[in-house]
Design a protein around this ligand. Structure first.
Ligand code: GLN
Length: 265
């Protein structure tokens, strides 16, 4: 199989996704692969075929290749832990801009640790507590912090949002991308999202269980006034202000959808 044929195969089979696949697999764009010309080595062709089959079966590329680009980091990913989304970078940006100097923040439901890692990297004055109920998530978070030389500024703890909040230290702010998909939408998830853990996606019948709980249970955790930055679903911008006893601001992601909710007491 020539590189030219690989180029045509990728673009025909994956359409818009071909560029992402190509970067993961070849570490360059489809046009660069075509330019390579000539016969591809047999082991490359074999591996290409295997990875392509997995993608076509609905397996997320981030699980196949083991990482996701996020903000300006490469975040390790594995099945069982939610894949970082570009939409979440808006939350990171807001935190980098608005956390008070020297803040301690909690990344609740930290998953891969992508939020904490990106914020710690760009705000060297801050420290973090990363918390999640999933052992796989806590392991990945530790690795992602270590790989970016940030582990000295973060603790990582097992934590159930619906359990005991006394295990957390006092913080200045909470950053949180909780599970927020409602029951009806869980039934309509695309195949690749179904490969991700339901416990990281499902937010209860109306999708708002984690917000209700975190807003009420966090009352005693702040050193000063409450300060929470949540990621929310594109259709939850009206619901969040109704749940919060404090002023609440909604901001959009790059696609123009409501995406984060900033609560400040
Ligand atoms: N944004 C994710 C999705 O739509 C959901 C992430 C979450 O529930 N926190 O697949």
């Amino acid at each position: 199989m020539t590189f030219e044929q690989i180029y045509r195969d990728m673009t025909a089979r994956l359409g818009d996704e071909a560029a992402a696949f190509c970067w993961y697999f070849f570490d360059r764009s489809p046009v660069c692969v075509r330019r390579d010309g000539g016969e591809a080595p047999p082991d490359t062709v074999k591996k290409y075929g295997e990875c392509m089959e997995r993608v076509l079966s609905g397996e997320p590329m981030q699980y196949i290749f083991g990482y996701a680009p996020f903000y300006d980091l490469k975040i390790l990913c594995e099945p069982g832990v939610l894949i970082p989304r570009y939409d979440t970078e808006v939350l990171v940006e807001e935190a980098i801009k608005t956390l008070p100097p020297g803040s301690v923040f909690a990344d609740i439901c930290c998953g891969t640790g992508c939020i904490a890692a990106a914020v710690l990297k760009h705000r060297p004055d801050t420290t973090a507590v990363c918390a999640d109920i999933s052992g796989a998530a806590l392991r990945l978070t530790r690795q992602n912090l270590q790989n970016n030389f940030l582990d000295g500024r973060a603790s990582v703890i097992a934590f159930d949002v619906f359990g005991d909040w006394n295990v957390l230290p006092k913080v200045d702010a909470i950053l949180c991308n909780p599970p927020y998909i409602n029951e009806a939408d869980m039934k309509k998830l695309p195949e690749n999202v179904r490969r991700e853990p339901a416990e990281a996606l499902y937010g209860g019948v109306d999708g708002l269980d984690f917000y209700r709980r975190i807003i009420s249970a966090s009352a005693g955790i702040f050193k000063g006034a409450p300060h929470i930055i949540f990621e929310i679903g594109y259709d939850q911008g009206k619901a969040l202000p109704l749940l919060s006893p404090y002023p609440c601001k909604i901001k959009k992601d790059l696609s123009g959808n409501d995406r984060i909710c900033i609560i400040r007491g």
